[in-house]
Every structure is written in structure tokens, then in C-alpha cells.
Design a protein around this ligand. Structure first.
Ligand code: WTA
Length: 659
């Protein structure tokens, strides 16, 4: 960046109020600059102003991302709050752009460079992707999967995961991907909730040098998953003894044999459902966020093109797992639509040693890299000697997502990974938004820790509790989105009331994000974190109440309150306060048992870091446990007004165990 060399100290980079200007070569050659030039737009401000005409802006984005409809839309957007339709009347299938069209123009270009944790490496071209997607799509049809049917996918980070998603989409089926780090119980809940007919999984995968089994664990719950008719198992490991139930279970590698290498893509309505992705909310049960083909295609591809400036010769690497929205949008759909070459890595970041990621960047010449603050903080702790072993000079742009990034981590990333050359795109968005919403563009002057400004066409604001704008007032409030955007969620699977109460009841016809933020005098957004009871642990979204329900499902637990506590690397640590049923005594052994129990119910990521046994928990008169009070006490803050509590003495009980 301007007038800065890699030799500057962290202290000088961290100077309060310092603004980082993107290098002029980057600005001049950026996709966004080209777009502005084409439309005679001179400045960033003018761009944001012009894009307020959202019908104009998003129809331009359709052209920019090469979206091809089978039939043109009659209308750009139809807004019947709180439901939206985009590209109304268009006939479409996202696979047309992500795969079919690419075969015509980039058949031999590499779509995925995949590296397995043990070190094997493989390339898949767009042509090969087409073949594999088609073969599996034909298998799905043969197994009786039809348009609108749900397919649950529980796969690790192997190319078969995007192939399975695309095969579903190709025939109009709806995929529901379950993160491979979740437990089999979590898998079962999601299968049952979506009434999936088919499960696609693998024998297992590698993580930290060990084998993690999937199929054998799925077997533990499949007898309860009565909607599942068939299971397709990809043989990734080949050394695991896997039971296959005749007539129900098929090896992927066997069942695709003999199926045609091409398959017609189902012509859908642009607003037909593409996928369900479960995410944590404030209740014990995750909710199924729904996204549709057309708008999602335009939203993901345009943000990737203009925020991450993806061009034909870039090597894009998004280090997220496809089991989360970041992977859906920016490893599967967005990059494929743009015809980008990307890196996909199966395993753990520190395996076999802490420079694995940097070796991957060097080996494949990654040019644009997207990761999470929690990873950056972990690498920062391990020291700059690890990235210093590798030539990272191919990088030109960096990004982060998932939680607020502290300026120290931002500056470390900037200096030691980007060599003080690469602007950092700190992107704010959510499973529900489907696409990046508030983020710098490569032309935006950066303030470390700020997600800067809304993407063109996105009308974000911060409201006070009465719905008045706090824009540029630098006062914290509710982060809201005032106009629909193309990749907006289309509702929650079979939970309409929940959809309305979660997002649309705080302010009239205005989307409430659940986050707190402030906008400074320059119009820069600073996201402060969740206002609802949702934790962000290592960037993963987990509901407090989800962990509480897991805990109270254990026979020893009577009541539980789960709260977050700031954690240097993970962002938040999970702390559980537990009241035991009578007859059970607190012990270290029981803590271990309960941690294990949460792992079985949800997955390792949800295990409490600390457990406190208490005799009572603060409650309202209606019996609601006051997490807020527990959290305040834990952090040594004043618990606020406790006069409305039904049991003020519980405050002392909590204080006693944490002191
Ligand atoms: C948080 C992840 C600060 C926020 C794509 C949001 C962020 C939640 C940022 C959504 C960021 C995401 N800065 N906070 N750049 N990005 N968040 O659904 O609280 O897993 O509401 O989607 O992550 O998490 P989700």
C-alpha cells in the first residue's frame, strides 16, 4: 500500500486512526474500476450512489457475471415483505452457469486443485467436473430422486462434496450439507427436519493425521432416519471396515459405473429452492436457511468478482469448510460461476506442522486468499517464522470473514502474510444473506477492524431501538438491511413464524441481522458482535441454547446456562453453568462426561471450555434463566438490575463458584 514497506513495525502499522490505501496498480487493474469506467463513474461515493438504483445495479451484475437464463426475467425483483423474488419469471438452473456453460468455454481449465491431508494432490478440470456431476446426477435420478426432494450430504473437504451438491442442483433436488465435524446426532436431526430421502457420505477422512469415520457413525443413527431410502458412500480412505446394507447402501465408485457422462440440466424457475443450510439461532434447534437458484447465483458471483477481484488467471483459495455458508458461496457456486481456478484442502491447518497453509499457497501460487480471524490469531500466536519459510509473493489480495477481526490480527495478517502489499477485504455477511454484504472493494481505503462500507446495491444501516438511523453517529445499535438483496434467504424450512419473528419483527419490513454495529463519521461500519444468544467460537456459529439443550439431555443435568467469554484465539470460549439433579455430585469426572456428551449431541466444536456446577441459576419470575446475569458475573461486571429476578440469591451462588 502507498508509501509503506514491509519493514514497518507492527506498532507503527497499528497507529490509531491510520488509513491503508490500496496500491494504485491494484486499483487501476481492478474489476470494479473497469466497471466504473464503463459506466462513467468517477468515485467510490458515486458508485455507491448510482447503485441505489438496485434494479439497474443488479441487472448489470447479471451481465457482469455472465449469468445466462434459459428464459429472461419479466421483472428484476418483487418484494412482498418479508418475502422476495428475484428475476421473476426467469427460467434458470445455477448448474448451467457453474458447470454446463464452463464446459463450452473453459473445458480444460482447472476448476479445483485438491490437496489431501496426507499430501496427495489432484486436479479437476471443468470438463471433468461436468462428467462427474452428470454421472452422479444420473445415479440420483435412477434412485428416484426428483425435483424438490431433499438430499443430505455429509462429506469431508473432497471434490466429491461440490460434485454431490451440483448433481442435486442439476436435477432440481435440494441439498442439505451437514458439516463433517458435526456429530451423528446433529446429522440425524437435520435429516429428519428436512425429510431427506438420500444420504451421501464417505467412509471417512483425514484430520490431524488420524482417520475420522463417517459412514460407521452414520450407521448409528440411520435406523432412526426413517425418511432415508438410500445411502451413497464415497470410498475416500479404503482401509475402514464399512458395513453396507444390501439394497440401501451403495459405494459411489461402483454405482456411477455405467451411467451416462452427460445429463440434461433441469430447467427450473429462478426462484426454486437450491439448498437448505442449517444454522444456529436462539432456540435449541438449528433452523434451515433456504436459498434459491437465481438470486444466489448473481449475489455470490458478483461479490466474488468485485470484492475479491477474481480474474481468469487467479488462483483463489477460501480456507473455509463447505459445510458452512462460506464454502457454499465461495468454494462452490461463486467461483465456479466465474470459472475460477481454486485450491481446496482436506485437512487441518497445522498438520503435519504449522506451515501447511503457507506451503499450499507457495506450491500452487495462490493469488487471492480468504480465511477467518480465528485462524489468523492462531498463526499469530505460533509466530511469523512459519510463513517466513515460504514464498508468498503470488498473493495480491487477502480476506477474512466470520467474526470481528481485532486490529492486531489485521496488521499481523497484512504484514506477515500480505507483505504489506495486499489489501484485506474484511467481509461481513451471514448464512442468511448468502453473499458478502458489507466489505471493502479493492478501491476502498481501509481502517483495520472495520468492514468499511456496504457493497453497492446493499442498503445497510444501524438503528436505535426505535428504528431511527444512527448512521455516521458512531453510536452502537442494531445492524439492519433496508432493501432486499439477490442472495437473501427465502425463509426458514418449515418454520415461517420463526422466520418472521427472528428477522422481521424488530423493525417493520426491515431485515434485522442479530448483530450490533456502529457507523463512524466517515460512514465506515464497525461490527461489534451478536446481540442475540448466538456464539461465535473459532468463527463457527453455535447457539447458546443448542448447547444448553444438549447438556440438559444428560441424565445428571437439571438446568444449564451457556455463555460466551472472550478468548484470545477462538474469539469466544464456551462456559457452562450447570445445576445437577439431586443425587449427583460435582466432580472433574462428570465435567469430562458432560463435555463428551455435548460432543456426541452436537460435535467437538460445541464442547464447553469451562464448566461450573452451581446450586441455582438466576431466573426471571416466569422461569427464564438469565444468561446475561451469569455472563456479567463471569466477566466481573455488574450484573445489572437483579431486582426482577425470582431468586436473587442465585447471584451469590454463581459468584461463589467463579471466585
Ligand atoms: C459474524 C458467516 C464481524 C456476525 C459468513 C454475523 C462478522 C455472523 C463478520 C454470521 C465480519 C461474519 N466481522 N462479524 N467480517 N462476518 N460475522 O452465519 O456476527 O456463520 O451475524 O456466516 O458472523 O455467521 P454465519
Amino acid at each position: 500500500m502507498k508509501n509503506e514497506s514491509g519493514k514497518e513495525t507492527i506498532e507503527s502499522l497499528l497507529r490509531e486512526g491510520r488509513i491503508f490505501h490500496p496500491p494504485s496498480e491494484l486499483v487501476e487493474s481492478s474489476n470494479i474500476k473497469a466497471f466504473m469506467d464503463r459506466h462513467g463513474i468517477k468515485t467510490y461515493e458515486e458508485l455507491l450512489e448510482r447503485a441505489k438504483d438496485i434494479e439497474w445495479f443488479w441487472s448489470e451484475m447479471v451481465k457482469e457475471t455472465g449469468i445466462e437464463w434459459y428464459e429472461e426475467p419479466s421483472k428484476i425483483m418483487e418484494w412482498n415483505p418479508p418475502y422476495v423474488k428475484w428475476f421473476v419469471g426467469a427460467k434458470y438452473n445455477i448448474v448451467h452457469n457453474a458447470v454446463d456453460k464452463q464446459v463450452k468455454i473453459r473445458k480444460n481449465k482447472v476448476a479445483y486443485i485438491w490437496e489431501g491431508e496426507p499430501g496427495e494432490s489432484m486436479k479437476i478440470t471443468f470438463g471433468e467436473l461436468y462428467t462427474e456431476v452428470s454421472r452422479l446426477a444420473n445415479v440420483l435420478k435412477a434412485l428416484g430422486i426428483k425435483k424438490g426432494d431433499r438430499v443430505t450430504i455429509w462429506l469431508p473437504m473432497i471434490p466429491e462434496l461440490p460434485i454431490a451438491m451440483l448433481a442435486c442442483a442439476k436435477i432440481g433436488a435440494v441439498h442439505s450439507v451437514v458439516f463433517s465435524g458435526f456429530s451423528e446426532r446433529a446429522l440425524l436431526d437435520r435429516i429428519l427436519d428436512s425429510k431427506a430421502k438420500l444420504l451421501i457420505t464417505a467412509d471417512g477422512f483425514y484430520r490431524n493425521g488420524k482417520i475420522v469415520e463417517l459412514k460407521s457413525r452414520a450407521d448409528e443413527v440411520l435406523d432412526k432416519a426413517h425418511t432415508i431410502e438410500n445411502v451413497i458412500v464415497y470410498n475416500r480412505i479404503n482401509e475402514i471396515n464399512v458395513n453396507m446394507m444390501p439394497g440401501r447402501d451403495y459405494w459411489w465408485q461402483d454405482i456411477v459405473k455405467g451411467h451416462s457422462r452427460s445429463c440434461d440440466t433441469e430447467i427450473l424457475d429462478a426462484n426454486d429452492l437450491l439448498f437448505i443450510l442449517y444454522t444456529s439461532g436462539t432456540t435449541g434447534k438449528p433452523k434451515g436457511v433456504m436459498h434459491a437458484h437465481g438470486g444466489y447465483a448473481v449475489g455470490t458471483a458478483s461479490t466474488l468478482k468485485f470484492i475479491f477481484d477474481i480474474k481468469e488467471d487467479d488462483i483463489w483459495w477460501c480456507s473455509a469448510d463447505i459445510g458452512w455458508i462460506t464454502g457454499h458461496s465461495y468454494i462452490v457456486y461463486g467461483p465456479l460461476i466465474l470459472g475460477a481456478t481454486q485450491v481446496m484442502y482436506e485437512g487441518a491447518p497445522l498438520y503435519p506442522q504449522p506451515d501447511r497453509w503457507w506451503s499450499i499457497i507457495e506450491k500452487y501460487g495462490v493469488t487471492v486468499f480468504y480465511t477467518a480471524p480465528t485462524a489468523i490469531r492462531m498463526f499469530m500466536r505460533l509466530g511469523e517464522k512459519w510463513p517466513a519459510r515460504h514464498d508468498l509473493s503470488t498473493l495480491r489480495l487477502l480476506g477474512t470473514v466470520g467474526e470481528p477481526i481485532n486490529p492486531e490480527a489485521w496488521v499481523w495478517y497484512y504484514k506477515y502474510i500480505g507483505n504489506a502489499r495486499c489489501p484485506i477485504m474484511d467481509t461481513w455477511w451471514q448464512t442468511e444473506t448468502g453473499m458478502q454484504m458489507i466489505s471493502p472493494l479493492p478501491i476502498t481505503p481501509l481502517k483495520p477492524g472495520s468492514v468499511t462500507k456496504p457493497f453497492p446495491g446493499i442498503d445497510a444501516d444501524v438503528y436505535d431501538p426505535n428504528g431511527s438511523s444512527l448512521n455516521k453517529k458512531d453510536i452502537g445499535g442494531y445492524l439492519v438491511i433496508k432493501k432486499p438483496w439477490p442472495a437473501m434467504l427465502r425463509g426458514l424450512w418449515e418454520a415461517e413464524e420463526k422466520y418472521i419473528s427472528t428477522y422481521w419483527s424488530m423493525f417493520d419490513n426491515i431485515y434485522f441481522t442479530g448483530d450490533a454495529a456502529r457507523v463512524d463519521k466517515d460512514g465506515y461500519f464497525w461490527v461489534q458482535g451478536r446481540l442475540d444468544d448466538v456464539l461465535k467460537v473459532s468463527g463457527h456459529r453455535i447457539g447458546n441454547s443448542e448447547i444448553e439443550s444438549a447438556l440438559v439431555s444428560h441424565p445428571t443435568v437439571s438446568e444449564a446456562a451457556v455463555v460466551g467469554k472472550p478468548h484470545e484465539i477462538k474469539g469466544e470460549a464456551i462456559v457452562a453453568f450447570i445445576v445437577l439433579r439431586s443425587g449427583y455430585e460435582p466432580s472433574e469426572e462428570l465435567k469430562k462426561t458432560l463435555r463428551k456428551h455435548v460432543e456426541i449431541e452436537i460435535g467437538k466444536i460445541a464442547r464447553p471450555d469451562e464448566i461450573y456446577f452451581v446450586t441455582d441459576l438466576p431466573k426471571t419470575r416466569s422461569g427464564k434463566i438469565m444468561r446475561r446475569v451469569c455472563r456479567a458475573l463471569l466477566l466481573g461486571m455488574h450484573p445489572g438490575d437483579t431486582s426482577t429476578l425470582a431468586n436473587p440469591e442465585a447471584v451469590e451462588a454463581v459468584k461463589k463458584v467463579i471466585s
